[in-house]
Design a protein around this ligand. Structure first.
Ligand SMILES: [Zn+2]
Length: 64
């Protein structure tokens, strides 16, 4: 199945968790809050993804 990302929104929870889809997730798997997702404007999506990648790398370094 091919997903057309152009038709999807990007949603960010208050805790920083990011999800993709036409509609926001009802609850956050990370912080377990409900209805805390807000839609991210398209011009901010690239910055968010860069931050998420950076924070993931930092987490991995902490394991050493
Ligand atoms: Zn959350």
């Amino acid at each position: 199945m091919i997903t057309n990302k152009a038709n999807e929104g990007v949603w960010q929870c208050k805790c920083g968790n990011i999800d993709y889809g036409e509609f926001p997730p009802e609850d956050c798997p990370k912080c377990l809050r409900v209805n805390k997702f807000k839609k991210i404007p398209e011009d901010q999506i690239e910055d968010l993804e860069a931050e998420e990648i950076l924070s993931t790398l930092e987490d991995e370094e902490e394991d050493e």
